[in-house]
Design a protein around this ligand. Sequence first.
Ligand code: PMP
Length: 375
Amino acid sequence: MKKKEEEKKRRQGRIARELGRIAGLDRYVRPEKVRGAIKLDSNENFALDSSFIAEVAALAAGAVDLREYPLDEFDALSRQLALYTGIPEKYIGIGSGSDQVIELLLTTIAGSGRRACAFVPTFSYFINRCELHGIRVDKVPLDKNFELDPKAFVKRAARSDVVYLCSPNNPTGGQLARKDALYMIDELESDDRLVLVDEAYADFAGYSLAKEATRRRNVIVLRTLSKAFGLAGARVGYMVANEEVAGAFNSTIQSPYPISTLSLAIAARVLERSERVKKTIEAVREERRRVFGSLSGFGSGIKAYRSDANFLFIEAGARNYGPIVRELARSGIVVKLMGDSVAGHRGCMRVTIGTREMNDAFLSCIERAVAGVAR
Ligand code: PMP
């Protein structure tokens, strides 16, 4: 039997073998869309009115000519990103979501057949893409409170060609202490290594390292308009790096027309109205404090972890998890259910901070489920 299998493998062509390898890999599975549900599973920003985005989108649609390739719109978005970040355009690269920026970096300057290092749990897309491209990932576990020992991490990461620091981290929510993050990039920046700092959620947090990246060797900060700016559907992300890296990205690594004219035009106009967005960021932070406080008050073994992002990581515990999952389903609330998949933690979920009403619906659900367990 074994011989037959081996013979079959030997006769297979290279493509079939590669497809076989790929079929065995973990992959990001798109969440199912549940019509009419309260959607708290993907860290989008529902505190931003849908009518605000729709009006800006209509304005943009009226102003562009889709018969043309996007030219001016790319430059206009670069200008708006420079204004928003306070960082000159020559340090900024734009992509079709930060997903695509990560993909491009991994397939070009990171090099395949190399080694990456990341702490875990973290944004699984990064790990999956490394594995797809034959980059081995050294996974350094966070401690039980999801804290990182920066010295120990630096030691492990020093052997890697790519280092990934997700801060604030998805799914746990915490941002690295600024001094720890700076210590790690000080130690790890190198002519031979790419240091990726994924700041998809930094707009909700206390600081950003984007300015630092402009004057460092091969440190790249990844940002996105999918979260705070409410544009997950437009697919616009960006990176900040030194002039050489950003220049290579813009001139050669990025494809000529990676984002639709419409998405570029919408993104530029939403950035022009960033004051409005900032108000919703403040509202989300406020709600994050409130939901965290309420969850911590429930007792019954429900633990919410400190977050600097627009979501909370919750450990419900083995007894509460099943009843909570059923109550959420009954109430039409969708969160990212993680069960026992995070080592050392039982009954886990990640929940987006939405509008006050959405958050209240979620909190009542937890309250009902916990009361049922206690009865
Ligand atoms: N980085 C992190 C940490 C994320 O959570 C996400 C979105 N899930 C992304 C990057 C990708 O964002 P986008 O491609 O929408 O810009």
